[in-house]
Design a binder for this molecule. Structure first.
Ligand SMILES: Cc1ncc(COP(=O)(O)O)c(C=O)c1O
Length: 445
């Protein structure tokens, strides 16, 4: 049984009473493990600058920081000789740095997908020629699209990359990124994988099966989605490829020498780590990986699948609830579900869940507008141009520490919202709270 920090911190219910908060918004961010917070606290006693000082604390912190790279390589089964790790603030930061290094002229083709979080789409736009693999009616990726695009005659002489998420933050589908890597490599492309939604839910391996073709070239992730706080994250990448480029993010720590008019750059990982690094972020992230390994991914999958099935079964019995995606076959999904209540706005449903049961969920379009529009069933002519953000859905996302009781409270509250028992007149204070919540910007996933 894992112990989370802050689960015993109650929040104000609409009635004015203090009550437990139920977090079903783990795809946005996860609470930290208690042992992660403790480990960061211990390490802070030996806090010092990284790679820049001869003081004992500086030396100690530098060792912890450097050793952390090996722990990450081990966690994702990456070979020390072929791969290195550079630390980032989060997945967005990592993908932006990769995009700035790899896609720096228009002779670069980037094949992304219509399933991506904006973090794995927008950094590439404007830097490269873009093409997108589509999704099917259930919202799963159409794998044949990758080869179809990469084979096109007009792309033959371009430098090619495929960039794809390991798991969707909207539907939770887990993509077969090793199969996609095989397709990419056989067509002369390299592959980047967005690992934001996979790290806490599935064992990820840079090494593919059956052979080298299925290996992943680059992998980016965030610590705050895997039970560590602070702005930690990393990119695991092939050393030879990282060293063949320079990111457009420069400053101290990434050079060997600077003259009046020339720069000799350091090699990766330093090349990608300009500026002073985030040691607590690294310490927390490494401890979180240790705990996830102790719990074991088989146990995590079993637990989260059981809760997902329970939530989907519960919601599917409620008249007026519309579920999206393939909810019959969930083996290829992490614990994420999206739904709407007919005739109600997602923002109102999310506010009611918070105010009436202290349940945190996410609503709107989850920083994945092209994907959400497709799930909403928009016609092709409604997908382009300067159009409004989609209304979207409500998203519940599960973590390792959620319980059947959390899921049951969630399902029961949704049923109450549908049955309008939550629509009884509210007190002035409750109405004010409700109104304030409705104004919170709603599209940060
Ligand atoms: C699939 C996916 N990719 C990228 C991101 C961006 O992560 P971060 O905000 O930690 O950079 C998210 C965040 O929700 C995500 O779900």
């Amino acid at each position: 049984m894992v112990e989370m920090y802050g689960l015993d911190a109650w929040v104000a219910h609409i009635s004015g009473l203090m009550m437990p908060a139920v977090n079903l918004d783990n795809a946005a961010t996860t609470p930290p493990f208690i042992d992660v917070v403790a480990q960061i606290g211990r390490q802070m006693q030996y806090y010092g600058s990284i790679g820049r000082g001869m003081g004992q604390k500086s030396q100690h912190s530098s060792v912890v920081y450097e050793e952390g790279r090996k722990a990450i390589l081990d966690f994702v089964n990456a070979d020390y000789d072929d791969y290195t790790v550079f630390y980032t603030n989060n997945t967005t930061d990592g993908i932006n740095k990769l995009a700035s290094a790899l896609a720096n002229d228009r002779d670069v083709l980037v094949v992304s997908t219509r399933m991506e979080h904006h973090a794995n789409d927008l950094p590439w736009r404007g830097r490269a020629h873009m093409a997108y693999a589509e999704v099917d009616a259930d919202g799963r990726l159409i794998l044949e699209d990758f080869a179809r695009i990469l084979r096109r005659r007009e792309y033959r002489h371009m430098t090619k990359y495929v960039t794809v998420t390991a798991a969707s933050n909207v539907t939770g589908y887990v993509n077969d990124v090793h199969a996609i890597a095989g397709i990419a490599h056989r067509h002369g492309a390299k592959i980047i994988v967005d690992g934001a939604q996979i790290m806490a839910h599935r064992q990820f391996s840079m090494g593919g099966r059956p052979g080298k073709d299925e290996d992943i070239d680059f992998f980016a992730f965030s610590a705050h989605k895997m039970y560590s706080p602070f702005g930690g994250g990393a990119v695991v990448g092939r050393k030879d490829l990282l060293n063949a480029h320079v990111p457009q993010f420069c400053g101290g720590g990434m050079v060997v020498s600077v003259s009046d008019d020339a720069v000799v750059y350091a090699e990766a990982p330093d090349l990608y780590e300009a500026g002073s690094p985030n040691v607590p972020g690294v310490v927390g992230m490494i401890k979180a990986m240790e705990i996830l390994n102790e719990v074991g991914f088989d146990n995590i999958i079993e637990h989260e699948q059981k809760l997902l099935r329970r939530a989907l079964d519960g919601l599917s019995k409620i008249d007026g609830v519309v579920l999206y995606g393939d909810n019959a076959n969930i083996a290829d999904r992490v614990g994420i579900l999206i739904f709407n209540i007919k005739g109600q706005q997602p923002v109102d449903v999310a506010s009611e869940l918070a105010s009436h049961a202290n349940i945190a969920v996410r609503h709107a379009a989850f920083c994945a507008h092209p994907y959400v529009r497709r799930l909403e069933g928009k016609a092709p002519h409604e997908l382009s141009g300067m159009i409004e953000a989609p209304t979207g859905m409500v998203r519940a996302s599960l973590g390792i520490y959620n319980t059947e009781a959390d899921v049951d409270l969630f399902v029961r509250t949704v049923a109450e919202i549908v049955g309008a028992s939550c629509a009884r007149p509210m007190s002035a204070a409750a109405r004010r709270l409700y109104k304030e919540q409705s104004k919170i910007p709603n599209d940060r996933a």
